[in-house]
Design a protein around this ligand. Structure first.
Ligand code: BTN
Length: 325
C-alpha cells in the first residue's frame, strides 16, 4: 500500500499529473506507475488516463489528517481520548480494535481508515468502503458494568452520531432501530457494535461507524439498500476530516455519558429521532416475520411493537426491522 498511498497523495488534488512526474516522485519508471494506477480500481477509485496530460482522479480526495480531526474535538473530549490511529488500508477498523481491546490496550482508543478491504456491516453483511471518500471509524471503550447494563448502548451511540450529523448541517436526520442513520428514507450511515467480556465484566465495546459522504455511481451500485450521502443531505460535502472529527467528538462524549448514566439520558432523544414511530413495521427474527405498529423503545432500548393490541419487546441482535410499504 505504501507506494499506492504516496501515488494517491499526489493525485488527491484531482489535477492531471504526468507519468514522468509521478515516476520521479516515487522513484520508479513510467510502466510501474501505469501498473500502480491500474491497481487503484480495487480501491473503488476511477482514474482518467489522457495521452499527453497524464493521470487524474475522477474527483479530488481529502485525505485523513490527524491535526484537522483533533481540531474538531472540544478540550473535554480531546482529554478523554487515549489513542487515535489512522490507517491508509485495513481489513476492518472494528476487527482491528476488537483484537487490540483483547490485548488490554487503554481506552478510549479510536481508529480511522482511508480504505477497508473487509468492512463489516450488521447481520454479517459487508460494508462497502472505497478509498478516501467516506468515513470509517471505530472507537473502543471498556465498561465495568455487566452486559445487561449495556443493552441500550448501540442506541445511545445512534443518538450521538445523529447529534454529529445535525452539527454537520443535516436537517431531518432520523434513526431506524436500533441505530441506522436515515435521511429521507435512505441510509446515510450505519453503526456496528461488537462486544466481548466476562459475565461479571469488564466488557470491551467497539463501536464502528460508517458514514457516507460522497458515493459515486459505481460505488452506489455495490450498496444493496437505498442509500444517501452527506453531500446530498447537507447540499455540499463538509469534508472528511471535519465529519470524522465531529463524529469522534460526539461519540466520545456519548460513550462517557453512557458509562456514568446508562441509556436513560438518551431515551427521549432516541424517540424524537425514531423514523418508525407509530408506523406499520415488519420484524424479521429466527421464528419468522411479525407485523405490528412501532411504539418506540423502553428504558433498556428494546423495540416496542403493538401486535394484535398487545405490546411485544424485541431485542437488538435477534431481529431486523423493516418499515412496511
Ligand atoms: C451497518 O451495517 O449498518 C453497520 C455498518 C458499520 C460500518 C463500520 S465502518 C467502520 C467500522 N469497521 C467495520 O468493519 N465496520 C464498521
Amino acid at each position: 500500500m505504501e507506494q499506492r498511498y504516496r501515488l494517491l497523495s499526489l493525485l488527491a488534488d484531482g489535477r492531471f499529473h504526468s507519468g514522468e512526474e509521478l515516476g520521479a516522485a516515487l522513484g520508479v519508471g513510467r510502466s510501474a506507475i501505469w501498473k500502480l494506477i491500474q491497481s487503484l480500481e480495487a480501491y473503488g477509485l476511477d482514474v482518467y488516463a489522457v495521452r499527453g496530460r497524464g493521470y487524474c482522479l475522477s474527483s479530488p480526495i481529502e485525505l485523513l489528517d490527524r491535526a484537522r480531526i483533533v481540531a474538531e474535538l472540544k478540550p473535554r473530549t480531546e482529554s478523554l481520548l487515549n489513542t487515535l490511529e489512522i490507517f491508509a488500508e485495513i481489513d476492518s477498523t472494528n476487527r482491528y480494535l476488537m483484537e487490540r481491546a483483547g490485548q488490554g490496550v487503554a481506552h478510549p482508543h479510536a481508529c480511522l481508515a482511508e480504505y477497508q478491504s473487509q468492512g463489516r456491516g450488521r447481520r454479517g453483511r459487508d460494508w462497502v468502503s472505497p478509498f478516501g471518500t467516506n468515513v470509517y471509524m471505530s472507537v473502543f471503550h471498556r465498561f465495568e458494568s455487566p452486559p445487561e447494563a449495556l443493552q441500550g448502548l448501540s442506541l445511545a451511540v445512534g443518538v450521538a452520531a445523529t447529534n454529529a450529523l445535525t452539527a454537520l448541517g443535516v436537517t431531518g436526520v432520523g434513526l431506524k432501530w436500533p441505530n441506522d442513520l436515515i435521511w429521507q428514507g435512505r441510509k446515510l450511515g450505519g453503526i456496528l457494535l461488537e462486544m466481548a467480556g466476562e459475565p461479571s465484566g469488564p466488557w470491551n465495546a467497539v463501536v464502528g461507524i460508517g458514514l457516507n459522504l460522497e458515493v459515486s455511481e459505481s460505488v452506489g451500485r455495490r450498496i444493496h439498500q437505498p442509500w444517501a450521502d452527506l453531500h446530498a443531505a447537507v447540499g455540499t460535502n463538509p469534508g472528511r476530516n471535519k465529519a470524522a472529527g465531529q463524529l469522534l467528538h460526539y461519540v466520545l462524549e456519548g460513550l462517557e455519558r453512557f458509562s456514568r448514566e446508562g441509556f436513560a439520558p438518551f431515551h427521549r432523544a432516541w424517540e424524537e429521532y425514531d423514523v418508525a414511530r407509530d408506523k406499520p413495521v415488519i420484524i424479521h427474527g429466527a421464528t419468522g416475520a411479525t407485523h405490528g405498529l412501532a411504539r418506540g423503545v423502553d428504558e433498556t432500548g428494546a423495540f416496542l411493537v403493538s401486535v394484535d393490541g398487545a405490546i411485544r419487546r424485541f431485542l437488538s441482535g435477534d431481529v431486523s426491522l423493516r418499515l412496511a410499504p
